[in-house]
Design a protein around this ligand. Structure first.
Ligand SMILES: [Zn+2]
Length: 295
């Protein structure tokens, strides 16, 4: 019996590797160049946010939050633990498309130009969760995205770590070890985005989308909400176009869809381009996360 349970756990853990998957380094890109290029025909970068702002000194808050949560022990670990938002609080036929840019080497630093161009041409708002490593690899693209009013740029962490106050791991990636590391993972990228854009992110999604419930409270204490999804749109950009299309067709009023914008070599763009026109025909409107309260 124990053996069977153990085997079931192995099967389960192998299966979940493919669920969110922005965690997994998938090797080299399979087609196309992953080094982002800026089209010469594109309009120049507009610079409404170009003036860097100085980062506020958070050191006092940091110690206060560490003291506040130091003796708290988490009991939950996963994608939908207490406090994680997974949908828009609305009965409107509104769907929020969210795209992660994970960074971390050539396999994670790609830019899905086809996808972003499509959203831009079709005037489809979206929320982009961007990791610090992706920003460092793509500084010009980051500024272009920041200058595009269709998009809001949110926080996908500094080192792309699962968010734990005890160092728990998932997909063989070590989580943050303690409250101090949670704060650094969240705050350092929030500071970076604020310094570059003049706007502080209000939403956070961890690398791997895993948390314990104490770490979620720490994020809240830092003034941000933790946002995951209720529609897994591309399974870490492992879905083919039909699977992406099928996943997005499950989106309902208030759904938050998770896809990726850092895998141009995969089929996310093609799937989104199949699904969006059909969703539009059913009366769906696409919104940013900030358009409604989250639940
Ligand atoms: Zn990611």
């Amino acid at each position: 019996m124990i053996k069977r349970l153990y085997r079931a756990r192995i099967v389960l853990s192998v299966a979940v590797v493919f669920l969110v998957g922005c965690s997994v380094s998938s090797g080299q890109a399979q087609k196309g160049s992953i080094s982002p290029t800026v089209s010469p025909t594109s309009s120049p970068v507009s610079t409404p946010f170009a003036t860097p702002v100085s980062s506020p000194d958070h050191s006092l808050d940091r110690q206060k939050i560490i003291d506040q949560f130091a003796d708290k022990s988490p009991t939950q670990w996963g994608e939908k633990v207490t406090g994680v938002r997974t949908r828009l609080q609305t009965k409107d036929k509104a769907i929020a498309l969210t795209f992660d840019a994970c960074g971390g080497g050539p396999a994670g630093n790609g830019y899905d130009k086809e996808l972003i161009d499509y959203l831009t041409q079709e005037k489809i708002p979206a929320t982009l969760f961007i990791n610090a490593r992706w920003i460092d690899a793509n500084p010009e693209l980051f500024q272009r995205l920041a200058a595009n009013p269709l998009f809001e740029l949110e926080n996908h962490g500094h080192e792309h770590r699962p968010l734990s106050v005890t160092g728990k791991s998932i997909y063989n990636i070590r989580g943050t070890k303690n409250v101090g590391e949670v704060i650094d993972e969240v705050q350092m990228n929030a500071d970076k985005i604020e310094a570059l854009t003049g706007r502080r992110p209000q939403f956070f999604r961890s690398g791997t989308a895993y948390y314990d419930e104490i770490a979620v409270k720490v994020v809240n204490a830092l003034g941000m909400q933790v946002v995951n999804f209720n529609v897994l749109g591309d399974a870490g950009a492992t879905f083919n176009a039909e699977q992406v299309d099928q996943a997005l067709s499950q989106a309902k009023s208030g759904s938050i869809v998770l896809c990726h914008m850092n895998h141009p070599e995969k089929s996310t763009a093609e799937g989104v381009m199949k699904a969006v026109p059909k969703l539009k025909k059913t009366g769906v409107i696409f919104v940013k996360l900030s358009a409604y309260p989250l639940e």
